[in-house]
Design a binder for this molecule. Sequence first.
Ligand code: FAD
Ligand code: NAI
Length: 471
Amino acid sequence: LATESEHDVVVIGAGPGGYVAAIKAAQLGLKTACIDKRGPPGGTCLNVGCIPSKSLLNNSHLYHQILHDTKKRGIEVGDVKLNIEQFLKAKDDAVTGLTRGVELLFKQNKVDYFKGTAKILGTDEIEVKGNPGEPDALLKAKNIIIATGSEATPFPGLTIDEKKIVTSTGAIALEKVPNKMVVIGGGIIGLELGSVWSRLGAEVTVVEFQNAVGAGMDAEISKLTQRSLAKQGLKFKLSTKVLGAEIEGETIKVKVDAAKGGKEETLDADVVLVAIGRRPYTEGLGLENIDLDVDERGRLVIDQEYRTKHPHIRVIGDVTFGAMLAHKAEEEGIAAVEYIKHGHGHVNYGVIPSVMYTFPEVAWVGMTEEQVKATGKPYNVGKFPFAANSRAKTNLDTEGWVKFIADKETDRILGIHILGPNAGEMIAEGALAIEYGASSEDIARTCHAHPTLSEAFKEAAMATYSKAIHF
Ligand code: FAD
Ligand code: NAI
């Protein structure tokens, strides 16, 4: 084998969990290697997830806004055309720029990066089968961090070809705007990528078997979000099951079981997006060689310190428990390395923000009202509409609300939920507040600049323990 070397830490997977862990380990003076079979580092997130989808969301929003939302602003535009080749290239450029950036960080931090498939041979031995043109290697490791991520959950009976029946990976690379798109699953991927193609002109129908969209977001915010997306043209079939699909010529016939009491129905589509969740990915990793346990959902079983039954083999990110989010994986990457180096690390799982990058954005942190209610503890809710916020008014983007939930007795903030312009940036203040155990009054008594959208945040806090001024 071309390379035989011993490392303090070998990280398998260079997604947000793995690459951050590798950089952190190297920064702490540990001799570190990272392996990814994809080639460019960054994992699902940079290559086919967070980053490309946000490029498409940003630019499709701009296109949609230019088409439908400039007249009232006093801007008259001429012929507006979509150049889909350039639209996709802008996305690809963002991806390439960022993955190259991670590779550079690897070099700067002296992380040995292997482009190939890792197989664990024993508790301290990893074989790397190099990608074409890349060397094979045999690595000895004092510590292993598994960060192999997740893959789209397949829909039984539907064969994914990533052209007509697609997962998110195909849906971020369609070379033509579909006439009709059926999205199976009204979770985050369904609503984000459904929005992209709807804005570009597709007729999008989202089929969801729960009676709400947004996969567990606060019920009130979920309703408002669905209403907002419906106004933009997305169609929803909730409490509806997909029974199967068949390709007839260019058309896919999607059979659905209509809502309670309804009858079966067939939806025509030229593209079907399967977005019913993701599942842990451990194929070919050699788990059998070290006898690691997975739970009923395929997640690698670990303890509080990310350790498997072999204490020097740790697991982080999508392949184990918790929210499948890039920033959650990153936090775990740092904590796992700190456990290795110092014997302690920390992630506050109660304060992992979520953002859905539709327009308006939806962002939340802490508990939903339903979760708070289930604890049986009395609570206060404070809300403030962007329609009463001066900056939102000047921007002509007044849709949405900020909602606070706080303990009735102590006023400690339990959850914050925002549907509105820039919600994804604003939620950082909410995360900080909850992390530091703030009360709603703490936020309300903190001076926020005028005129900013953040004043809606402050006023929702005010409305929680007292009354808002402007509503
Ligand atoms: P991954 O990013 O999946 O990385 C794992 C890596 O391991 C992969 O590159 C894979 O090639 C490699 N690997 C696996 N097995 C082996 C092996 N045997 N040998 C070598 N390499 C191997 N999250 C957010 O927080 N914000 C978002 O906006 C967001 N948008 C998303 C949009 C889409 C369309 C999708 C699909 C996901 C999105 N996510 C988002 C989720 C996010 O991408 C994941 O939570 C995150 O990538 C998980 O990081 P990870 O490091 O655990 O795994
Ligand atoms: P999801 O868990 O968000 O949503 C899946 C949806 O599909 C749920 O609403 C579920 O009820 C529904 N569903 C499941 N089976 C179904 C069926 N047979 N028929 C109809 N509906 C069905 O999963 P999604 O959207 O695939 O995303 C995967 C992961 O990626 C999520 O965990 C999410 O956290 C992450 N992600 C995060 C983003 C962000 O942070 N902005 C963006 C995109 C993905």
